[in-house]
Ligand binder design. Structure first.
Ligand code: HEC
Length: 120
């Protein structure tokens, strides 16, 4: 299509951008969300939530019944990082039993989180 010279040549691209604007704005929250969850953007906070999810699924499931004084929460986990480090990595006493195991990725998450609590 050949754009006739004159004001239309200037208006047409402008109009196109204006028409696209709602689309761009509608996508923005999703783009931000995707960026926040991509590994490049791991903030200390999301690392903590990942670590909590490991503690909750692999430790709390048992502690709730067998060691109720050591049920981990977002609030108390930082305070217990040293003990978790001792039990999981230094002495390898936890997880207890053979039924529950941690994947290499879950060990990695816990270990990275423990290190991050030492540099607060
Ligand atoms: C199948 C049961 C079970 C699972 C799974 C388990 N624990 Fe435990 N945990 C126990 C019991 C029982 C105790 C208390 C007796 C003991 O210390 O052995 C305990 C004690 C602890 C303690 C306190 C020990 C101390 O003296 O400081 C910590 C810390 C701990 N667990 C961390 C963890 C973490 C972290 C995980 C997950 C990666 C985990 N446990 C998974 C059963 C479990």
């Amino acid at each position: 299509m050949k754009i006739p010279p004159g004001p239309l040549a200037f208006l047409l691209p402008l109009l196109t951008v204006l028409l696209m604007l709602p689309l761009i704005i509608r996508q923005a929250p999703e783009l931000i969300h995707a960026a926040e969850h991509s590994s490049i953007f791991i903030s200390r906070d999301s690392l903590k939530h990942k670590a909590f999810s490991v503690l909750d699924t692999k430790c709390n499931v048992c502690h709730r019944k067998q060691n109720p004084f050591m049920v981990f929460s977002i609030k108390n986990m930082d305070r217990r990082a040293i003990r978790i480090d001792q039990q999981v990595f230094a002495n390898q006493r936890m997880h207890k039993g053979k039924r529950i195991t941690l994947t290499p990725e879950e060990y990695q998450i816990l270990s990275t989180w423990i290190t991050s609590t030492k540099h607060q």
